[in-house]
Ligand binder design. Structure first.
Ligand code: NAD
Length: 512
């Protein structure tokens, strides 16, 4: 079967050798008329995989207009009909798992195993979306006054927009459009311009599953396309996942334009390790969560706070980190390259800053040798000890395979440190003490908390959340909270006159 990548994407391209990413407008995959394009590059080889347009204002308008037109009928489509599309969609994603993972790994760099995980966590949201009707229920109160009933209906908002980051190009788009559409909205998606290919393949499968024309639309681009979506009067809600800098801008701009906005943003996630923790399990989990996916997870554990005697575990942590295999994602090593040369340079600069500011570089991952891939953006596991909270490597999100190790004398000191960091995305405590874990859970000001679980991303029965600089807006992007985010409540108060009982009396006072 031909897919977007080998068929209709080649029209109007700067070069016929490399496929171009189409826009999806009103049910048609169309070539952009933009004069501005960027390349999608395999981060292990620098091979150009595709070209992606920065959509024009006219194209953004057309996508929003198509979504707006489709809303009129989609909002009236029966719940069961909507659900069956997502039942079919989850099946198609399962059937194409290997193809999707290979595509994702090639453009993003993560290992095939991580790529499958990325898709699977999105697939779980699609499964949940198929059942969303059971959460989109109103309330009913009989006889709020004599013969008068009040009830609520939970209605879709209209056109919603989603803006997604590069690091989970399958899971995060799937956090958004299936939930929004299943709730009866129409959607305009703006994928990351760094790795839009797997997202587009997922969009193509959604259309194959039966999403009607105009219900899901895609525009590619960067800052100006995002700004156009934030400003557009027909867009009712914006869901953003990405860095704190951009998310704060999106929140402010879209809120000012009167939209509902949710922004899931940057992180600096701490692992707090108590000396009574299971040593073997904890060290393995720390290494996996710090360096897996090359540290490019918003839930990566990038700071380890070793409490008391656990500070003696540093040599063992370093020894385990040293054993990790680096390579191209398709060879399924422990970690692949980072997304771009620019990302690698930024990570190098932060490592240099850490050295200059006096942290101890226990393991230096700059310039690793990766046989067969001399041009890859590789950074190997890097570990600093003696990190202080004033250092740049602690204050900034590095978003690479760099672990900062700090010490604390007590659990309370560790909690204070975590709560003083500006970010509050994820954290984990490692201990065998239920009392310590409970205190941590209660006192810590962070959205996702793991207890002997390093990356506690909630399954879709719950919602992803965040605290402080990691989140703006009060509702999460999937799970129950997404139903509230993508709907509005209408309250109806009704009275039906019974012909036999009608007195014909005219009411002149304001009453129920
Ligand atoms: P990013 O903020 O650079 O980009 C996110 C999106 O915003 C992209 O679609 C991009 O095109 C767009 N964008 C970029 N610059 C813009 C600008 N100046 N104005 C308007 N739009 C702009 O993020 P990224 O580098 O793609 O992703 C990594 C970041 O995302 C990290 O900070 C990570 O912690 C965060 N993240 C957070 C979560 C979460 O749930 N909290 C999940 C995944 C990633």
């Amino acid at each position: 079967m031909q897919t977007l990548l080998d068929s209709n994407t080649r029209h109007g391209t700067p070069s016929a050798d490399v496929p171009t990413m189409p826009l999806l407008i009103g049910g048609r995959f169309v070539a952009s008329e933009s004069l501005e394009w960027r390349e999608v590059v395999n981060p292990a080889t620098q091979a150009v995989l595709a070209r992606v347009p920065m959509a024009t204002d006219k194209e953004v308008d057309a996508a929003v207009a198509a979504a707006r037109a489709a809303f009129a009928t989609w909002k009236k489509t029966p719940l069961g009909a909507r659900a069956r599309i997502f039942l079919k969609y989850q099946q198609l994603i399962r059937e194409h798992m290997a193809e999707l993972a290979a595509l994702l790994s090639a453009e993003q760099g993560k290992t095939l195993a991580d790529a499958e995980g990325d898709i699977f966590r999105g697939l779980e949201v699609v499964e949940h979306a198929a059942n969303i009707g059971s959460l989109q229920l109103g309330e009913f109160a009989e006889n709020v006054a004599g013969g008068v009933d009040t009830y609520t209906v939970i209605q879709p908002l209209g056109v919603c927009a989603g803006i997604t980051p590069f690091n989970f190009p399958a899971m995060i788009p799937l956090w958004m459009f299936p939930m929004a559409i299943a709730c009866g909205n129409t959607f305009v998606l703006k994928p990351s311009e760094q790795d839009p290919m797997v997202t587009m393949r997922l969009v193509e499968l959604a259309m194959q599953a039966g999403v009607p024309a105009g219900v899901l639309n895609v525009v590619h681009g960067g800052e100006s396309v995002v700004n156009a979506l934030c400003d557009h009067p027909s867009v009712k809600a914006v869901s953003f996942v990405g860095s704190t800098r951009v998310g704060t801008h999106v929140y402010q701009r879209a809120s000012l334009a009167g939209k509902r906005v949710q922004c899931m943003m940057g992180a600096k996630n701490h692992a707090v390790v108590l000396p009574d923790a299971n040593r073997e399990q904890t060290l393995n989990q720390l290494v996996g969560a710090a360096f897996g996916a090359a540290g490019q997870r918003c839930m990566a554990l990038s700071v380890a706070v070793l409490v008391g005697e656990a500070q003696a575990w540093i040599p063992e942590l370093v020894a385990r980190a040293r054993t990790l295999k680096i390579g191209a994602g398709c060879d399924n090593p422990d970690l692949g390259p980072v997304i771009s040369g620019a990302a690698r340079s930024r990570i190098h600069a932060l490592i240099e800053a850490g050295v200059a500011e006096g942290a101890t570089l226990e393991l230096d991952g700059r310039h690793p040798e990766v046989a067969g891939y001399p041009d890859g953006n590789f950074v190997g596991p890097t570990l600093f000890s003696g990190v202080r909270d004033t250092m740049r490597i602690y204050r900034e999100e590095i978003f690479g395979p760099v672990l900062c190790v700090m010490g604390a004398d007590t659990l309370d000191e560790a909690i204070k440190l975590v709560n003083a960091n500006p970010n509050g995305n994820g954290t984990a405590i490692f201990t065998q003490s239920g009392a310590a874990a409970r205190r941590f859970q209660e006192e810590i000001d962070v959205g996702q908390v793991g207890i002997n679980v390093p990356i506690p991303v909630p399954v879709p029965l719950f919602s992803f959340t965040g605290s402080r600089a990691s989140k703006l807006g009060d509702l999460g992007p999937y799970g129950k909270q997404a139903v509230l985010f993508y709907t509005q409540t209408k309250t109806v108060t009704s009275r039906w006159f019974d012909d036999d009982a009608s007195s014909g009396r005219i009411h002149t006072t304001i009453s129920l």
